[in-house]
Write a protein that binds this ligand. Structure first.
Ligand SMILES: C[S@@+](CC[C@H](N)C(=O)[O-])C[C@H]1O[C@@H](n2cnc3c(N)ncnc32)[C@H](O)[C@@H]1O
Length: 268
């Protein structure tokens, strides 16, 4: 399932996302996917706290769903993404139903269009793992945050992404020939090998997007060096009722942590 990253044919993440954008709009779009709705959004919003009246940056905003969610809660949202095709529907939606969101095309590792210390908070939902220069991105997010500003970001949990992140890649099944048979365990290996790969998000779509596997400590070290203090972290898991209602969708998310959400504060 997992193809190796081909740096000659991929321009730092933009290409894959440009190609995938129409499929993303069809399958995720404005309503978000169930993983976002049930696992990521509640935790991210809880860690962010009250956003009303705050200047909030959404880094790697994609088609703008979370920036709209922030704006509807009263935040002054600015949203940045590298992919022109992911941003296009965001801009179109803002034109049709204005929420005052400022969209910019750009790399999280170069936010020079944004003023220093101009944000109260920043979020990056499932985007930092795509970013090649994640250390530069963390430095830039720190620069645009005011001292005491907050940065909440989610990534695929590094503990499970070392063997790749295509659906179910690390699971061992009771019947190895039948991925619908009960899962035995999730295998983790080569955790400390930093690796960039190109991954398909859906089994039936042959478009790959970038993913960087990094040990968790790479993120915490880079956060500290960029001037952040990690205040909290969360590993969202589904409610047991949700698992009971639809085990084929949710059982795996209740067995191991698929996602990590971190809450860091920009030190003064
Ligand atoms: C998995 S999508 C997440 C989109 C949105 N945050 C969400 O959760 O629905 C990752 C997004 O990160 C963007 N991205 C990747 N590398 C980036 C970079 N270096 N700078 C800014 N955005 C980037 C991609 O274009 C893509 O839209």
């Amino acid at each position: 399932m997992m193809a190796e990253w081909d740096s000659a044919s991929a321009v730092r993440g933009g290409d894959g996302w440009d190609a995938l954008a129409p499929v993303w709009m069809e399958r995720v779009g404005d309503s978000g996917d169930p993983v976002r709705a049930f696992l990521l959004d509640p935790v991210t919003l809880e860690l962010l706290g009250e956003v009303r009246g705050r200047q909030v940056l959404d880094g790697g905003c994609g088609e703008g769903r979370f920036a709209r969610l922030l704006a509807r809660r009263g935040a002054h949202a600015t949203a940045v993404d590298l992919s022109e095709q992911m941003l296009a529907p965001a801009l179109e939606e803002e034109r049709r139903h204005p929420l005052g969101i400022r969209y910019l095309r750009g790399d999280l590792a170069d936010l020079s269009a944004l003023a220093t210390a101009s944000f109260d908070a920043a979020v990056a939902n499932m985007s930092l793992q795509d970013v090649e220069d994640y250390q530069g991105a963390l430095r830039e997010v720190a620069r645009v945050l005011r001292p005491g500003g907050q940065f909440v970001f989610s990534i695929l949990h590094p503990c499970g992404s070392s063997l790749g992140v295509a659906p179910d890649l690390g699971w061992e099944y009771t019947d190895p020939a039948a991925p619908s048979s009960p899962r035995r365990y999730y295998k983790v290996d080569r955790y400390f090998e930093r690796r960039r790969s190109a991954i398909p998000l859906w089994r039936d779509v042959a478009i790959c997007v970038p993913h960087h596997h990094r040990p968790l400590s790479d993120y915490t070290t880079a956060l500290r060096r960029a001037g952040f203090l990690v205040r909290d972290l969360a590993e969202p898991a589904p409610d047991p009722d949700l698992v009971a209602q639809d085990p084929s969708s949710w059982e795996k998310f209740g067995r191991i942590p698929y996602f990590l959400v971190m809450d860091a504060v920009r030190l003064g």
